[in-house]
Design a protein around this ligand. Structure first.
Ligand code: MCA
Ligand code: AMP
Length: 491
């Protein structure tokens, strides 16, 4: 994005990184120098893929915006991933340069050496600002975010500058972002929720973002109690954790923190279904009526409860401006009656361009120009309600979308595993928890602890099964396919 940073008040504080603050003016200067370093004398990166492994910090913002301004495609990597997971991202996207920090270099240096990908520290790359920055046509690729799905390996979702601008502008208007807003950012910065809804909306609106490399409820709540923030966005798991945390505190402290939340102008929940108990629990404690919205990596935000008006518990509201929504039933017909379920299909300027290097997956995810989300919803009395997903192979745990197939493939490499099926089981904290049902070879034994230990370094920690059942055989239908829904009842 050429000017994804607000330029109206250069003296305003854009970022708080620990105790250090960065104004919009200072950030813009650093980003220009980064773009200059990345260009290294050339006129344009021409959609060259530049990945970065950078924790939430000013360096993250400089890397993201520097790549955008130099005409590259920015690929933010998950700081919690394992080497095989990073390798998939780097090779499938044809990454030619990687940016990192002193703190994270050690974990990825060996991989970059093996793949012959040049690696540099963010602060080393910056040079003098370039004489000219490339002119970026809106339809050019800007970012690749990896998302899990019904395939074993995550797919790279390519969004253009125009998609990103639409995703940001829609939310700035819908949720009334202001330059005096202040928001904490503890969500991972390799997903749309953290990158677009929090970071990019705030920086476009001229607001202030407090970068937090990790969710630390105690430190966060200290600031909330001091009325530092005006807006708060999180996944339902975090609201569950906050409710538990606040209820365990002594009354006086809990009241101060609840008052801090109560004084904010907006609390948003998304990335997974917000249970009605959580919605009501949050209202009881803080007085805040959560605004629940629905989105997806491929489409940005599509449905939202109103900023002004009734926010209905258990519902995700109505289409955001410029978003068209259809519900399509199992027979492929348009649902025209209320209370009849159908798959959500979307047309919108926010919808992504393609899955990187996977024309087949891109084509099959659209029908007649509509993006098929795989989520099932109903329309009831003016509001959409999400009922679930069409695939049992997608699990939503703590807001992360996980592929059961990816986890199964990894577990099949375990020397004692003959067969395995992975399912998501209902969980109060995580929404769904990853559970594995395995058939073992010979007389081998397995416990959750031994399985977790084996998975360490193979799968990101949040993908590792939390529950395990060892069975003699997996239930299959007449076609030989494992009947996954029946497995959920084992837990
Ligand atoms: C951490 N753990 C998890 C998860 N997170 N287990 C399952 N699912 C998870 N999501 C496990 C760790 O492996 C560890 O296990 C233990 O919990 C403690 O880890 P820790 O990192 O300390 O946990 P935490 O800091 O409390 O993390 C929970 C979290 C995090 C903050 C809720 O999961 C998170 O940031 N989730 C948000 C994801 C997100 O932003 N998704 C947006 C994508 P052990 O103790 O066994 O080692 S969706 C999206 O972008 C679309 C567009 C949308 O609609 O928003
Ligand atoms: P991701 O691909 O990680 O962007 O996750 C997108 C998915 O999260 C959607 O396809 C939905 O299944 C789910 N999701 C996001 N927001 C909500 C919500 N408010 N309620 C239910 N599911 C949601």
């Amino acid at each position: 994005m050429r000017s994804a940073l607000n330029e109206t008040s250069p003296e305003n504080i854009a970022l708080m990184d620990g105790d250090v603050h960065f104004t919009y003016g200072e950030l813009a200067r650093r980003i220009d120098r980064m773009a200059g370093g990345l260009l290294a004398g050339s006129r344009d990166l021409y959609e060259k893929r530049v990945a970065f492994l950078v924790p939430a910090s000013v360096d993250y913002v400089i890397a993201l915006h520097g790549v955008w301004r130099a005409g590259g495609i920015a690929i933010p990597l998950n700081v919690a991933s394992t080497e095989p997971e990073w390798e998939h991202c780097l090779t499938s996207a044809g990454v030619t340069q990687l940016l990192t920090t002193e703190a994270t270099r050690g974990s990825i240096q060996r991989l970059c050496d093996r793949l012959s990908i040049p690696l540099a520290l963010v602060h080393e790359v910056a040079t003098d600002p370039p004489a000219a920055l490339p002119d970026l046509a809106p339809e050019r690729g800007a970012m690749i975010v990896f998302t899990s799905g019904t395939t074993s390996k995550p797919k790279g979702v390519v969004t253009t500058h125009s998609n990103i601008a639409a995703q940001i502008n829609t939310l700035i208007d819908a949720w009334a972002w202001q330059s005096d807003d202040v928001i904490p950012l503890f969500l991972p910065l390799h997903h749309v929720h953290g990158i677009i809804n929090v970071l990019s909306c705030a920086l476009w609106a001229g607001a202030t973002v407090h970068m937090m490399p990790k969710l630390d409820l105690g430190r966060l709540c200290d600031q909330v109690a001091n009325n530092v923030f005006t807006v708060f966005m999180a996944v339902p798991t975090i609201f569950v954790k906050l409710i538990d945390y606040l209820e365990a505190l002594e009354d006086e402290r809990s009241e101060l923190i609840c008052e801090g939340f109560s004084n904010m102008r907006l609390n948003v929940s998304g990335s997974a279904a917000c249970p009605i108990e959580v919605f009501e629990g949050w209202r009881r404690l803080t007085g805040q009526v959560l605004l629940e919205r629905y989105g997806m990596t491929e489409i940005g935000m599509a449905l939202s409860n109103p900023y002004v008006g009734e926010r209905r518990p258990g519902y995700v509201g109505q289409p955001l401006p410029d978003v068209s929504v259809q519900l399509i039933d199992e027979a492929g017909a348009l649902v025209t009656e209320e209370e009849m379920p159908g798959e959500i299909r979307i047309k919108s300027p926010t919808v992504f361009r393609e899955y990187w290097g996977d024309a087949e997956a891109t084509t099959s995810s659209f029908k007649d120009g509509w993006f098929c989300t795989g989520d099932i919803a109903v329309f009831e009395d003016g509001y959409y309600r999400i009922m679930g997903r069409s695939s049992v192979d997608i699990i939503k745990s703590g807001g992360y979308k996980l592929s059961a197939l990816e986890i199964e493939n990894k577990l099949l490499a375990h020397p004692d595993v003959a067969e395995v099926a992975v399912v998501g089981v209902a969980d109060r904290t995580w929404g769904e928890a990853v559970a594995a049902v395995v058939v073992l070879k010979g007389n081998a034994g397995m416990t959750v602890a031994s399985l977790k230990a084996w998975c360490d370094g193979e799968l990101s920690p949040y993908k590792i099964p939390k529950q395990l059942k060892v069975v003699d055989e997996l239930p299959r239908n007449a076609m030989g396919k494992v009947t996954k829904p029946s497995l959920k009842t084992l837990f």
